[in-house]
Write a protein that binds this ligand. Structure first.
Ligand code: SF4
Length: 274
């Protein structure tokens, strides 16, 4: 039976004494969703509306498959033999931080079982206001590593691109740096939106200020999700924009100093510059 209990004054859906999550889909053998091979859980719901989002079907909240944390674990555990020492479970989205209570409960169980935990987030829900911030602190105690997408370094441009400003997202990055939590930073390179040398250089400089970055990745914009917009009857804002050329991807990698972040290979944080 589904009922709700209040956790820190917010209603959280429950079943059989466990927190329920709204799951969009799962991937059994994720190879690009954190270190090693990972079972990836894509959660439903996102506040942002990134123009380039290739998963608009994850936007709607409180829909999808309702699963308890035990049900997710039971689905993931048969793949444990493939995870090795680096892999584990990644919670992604949508935006996983919108279901932070579910993430805390699932990752707490993972750590009790010795399973590696990775959070793939855009950071939009981050706030230092209580009670949310205490929950985030609790979640970080059971999270090994985060993949953080920085959509745009300029807050006005970030708002145009996603619908939200980025100050709190950069504040989350600073907090993660302060507590020494390992992160991989990812940035989608989009012609006419993010592919400008001045913004890329600013982002490169910003990342240099962080002390916890193990890896920086440039993700070239692609158009593979456009059909979903057509099927869902949503206007696609980047119509006519092509993926960046290999030269521009190389240029972005240079401006973001991608080569300098190799900590993930040795599991140590690298911040030095040649
Ligand atoms: S944050 Fe992620 S899921 Fe949300 S709109 Fe942007 S790309 Fe899509």
């Amino acid at each position: 039976m589904v009922y709700e209990r209040r956790i820190h004054e917010r209603k959280v859906p429950m079943r059989d004494g466990q927190i329920l999550g709204y799951v969009h889909s799962t991937e059994s053998f994720g190879a690009v969703d954190g270190p090693g091979i990972r079972f990836v859980v894509f959660m439903q719901g996102c506040n942002m509306r990134c123009q380039f989002c290739h998963n608009p079907d994850t936007w709607k909240k409180n829909v999808g498959t309702e699963m308890t944390t035990a049900e997710v674990l039971n689905k993931a555990l048969p793949y444990r033999q493939f995870w090795g020492t680096d892999g584990g479970i990644t919670l992604s989205g949508g935006e996983i931080l919108l279901q932070i209570d579910f993430a805390i409960e699932l990752f707490t169980k993972c750590k009790q079982l010795g399973i590696g935990t990775c959070l793939d987030t855009c950071g939009q829900p981050f706030t230092r206001r209580q009670p949310w911030f205490s929950k985030f602190e609790q979640l970080m105690k059971v999270t090994d590593i985060l993949l953080v997408d920085i959509k745009h370094i300029n807050s006005d441009e970030h708002r145009k691109l996603t619908g939200y400003r980025n100050e709190n997202i950069l504040d989350m990055c600073k907090y993660l740096s302060d507590i020494g939590k390992p992160v991989w930073i990812r940035h989608v390179l989009i012609p006419a939106r993010t592919d400008f040398d001045n913004y890329l250089a600013q982002l490169g400089d910003y990342i240099k200020t962080l002390k916890n970055v193990q890896k920086v990745e440039v993700l070239p914009y692609h158009t593979m999700g456009v059909h979903k917009y057509h099927e869902m009857g949503i206007k696609y804002s980047l119509e006519g924009i092509e993926p960046p050329t290999p030269e521009r991807v190389k240029n972005a990698e240079k401006l973001l100093h991608v080569e300098d972040y190799r900590g993930y290979l040795t599991n140590t944080t690298t911040t030095s510059r040649a």
